[in-house]
Design a protein around this ligand. Structure first.
Ligand code: GLY
Length: 367
């Protein structure tokens, strides 16, 4: 028996998120979606294909009309319209029609690409998310954001399109490499900071179990984190208001990610952006000095950076302004009123950002 929550869309039940420690419950979940008479295409990247592609194909064997696997080369650089075109071509060759189904098997890139292909192929076919990274489980597989990067801009082209099911198997996190695991953890920490101070405390208390990847702890952590995201996306599914709170740490984080040419993980950049935003929140006299330092230092045991070398603060400031989080000329900056309560603020100045960047800028002492 798996734990599950249902996500509402426009106040109506929309899709279940199922939490499990293995794939044993997957076939029943897919059968309940009526795959027996449908063709199913698993879309995955070259890394995940060799890890779980065969396993999921075997699970589908005999349980659906036909199952096929589409693999694209791994990497954010392939989150493009070219990959979407390859998927359309493959689906047409395999004669997929509107009642068939796509499965996104992988991390955030795979989920975003598959969701976008599903939202547009034949004006929309069903899709299921099987996220295999902590980043995808905690964040990108929930809430229906799909899309691709365009002309160097992240997620510039896309659609809100809801999956029919999200199947979270935390067992896959056991083999995730450390950097990817902790990258996902940054989004989990973000959920506690913006909405749930008790969850933030729980994360601090369970630091050792989380780092050891104790399965029961990870299951509880992912479920609690998803429940926070559920509340946010149900209230504001298309980011007209409060969903933007999920961008805490992302304004400066995305700018650093781009400045460093995607050589840092997304979570590493979010951690740096979160430290900078917490610093500004302290300077606004919303957080105390002790709270700021506790938040900053909390990232350290989870192998996430709190400072960075070799940045040009003016360039990063410029990049924050080309981000989608601009509204007219003002940046919608997410700050913390207190631990567990974020707000959108439009008063953050260039000087505030430059001061925060100098706080996280590590300059080696040559003497
Ligand atoms: N990753 C932020 C959101 O889903 O809105």
């Amino acid at each position: 028996m798996c734990d599950r929550i249902n996500i509402l869309y426009e106040k109506k039940p929309c899709y279940d998120i199922v939490f499990s420690k293995d794939f044993h419950g997957l076939v029943k979940e897919l059968t309940d979606l009526g795959i027996k008479d449908r063709k199913v295409c698993i879309i995955t990247d070259s890394n995940v294909s060799s890890l779980y592609g065969d396993e999921i194909m075997r699970i589908l064997d005999g349980n659906c009309k036909k199952n096929v696997l589409f693999t694209f080369p791994a990497g954010e650089e392939n989150k493009t319209l070219d990959t979407i075109k390859d998927i359309y071509t493959f689906l047409i060759q395999e004669k997929f029609d509107r009642k068939d189904l796509l499965i996104a098997l992988g991390g955030g890139v795979t989920g975003d690409i598959t969701g976008f292909a599903a939202s547009t192929y034949l004006r929309g076919i069903d899709f299921v998310q099987i996220p295999t990274t902590l980043l995808a489980q905690a964040d990108s597989s929930i809430g229906g954001k799909t899309g691709v990067d365009f002309d160097g801009y992240k997620n510039m082209v896309g659609a809100f399109y809801m999956p029919k099911l999200v199947y979270m198997n935390v067992g896959v996190l056991k083999t995730l490499d450390d950097r990817q695991f902790f990258s996902g953890f940054a989004e989990i920490m973000k959920h506690g900071l913006i909405k749930d101070g008790m969850f933030y405390e729980w994360l601090l208390e369970h630091m050792y179990e989380i780092c050891d990847r104790d399965m029961d702890t990870l299951l509880e952590m992912v479920e609690r984190s998803c429940n926070i995201k559920k509340l946010v996306v149900e209230k504001d599914p298309t980011e007209k208001g409060d969903r933007a709170l999920l961008n805490f740490g992302h304004t400066i984080g995305h700018a650093i990610e781009k400045y460093k040419n995607f050589t840092l993980t997304h979570g590493e950049c979010v951690a740096l952006g979160a430290v900078a935003a917490a610093f500004i929140s302290w300077k606004h006299e919303w957080l105390s000095k002790d709270e700021y330092y506790e938040i900053r230092d909390m990232f350290v045991p989870f192998n996430l950076p709190i400072s960075i070398e070799d940045i040009d603060p003016q360039e990063i400031l410029k990049l924050t302004k080309s981000d989608k989080k601009m509204e007219g000329d003002s940046i919608k900056f997410v700050l913390l009123k207190k631990v567990g309560k974020a707000v959108i603020d439009r008063t953050v100045t260039d000087d505030d950002i430059l001061n925060a960047l100098s706080e996280i800028h590590y300059i080696e002492d040559c003497e």
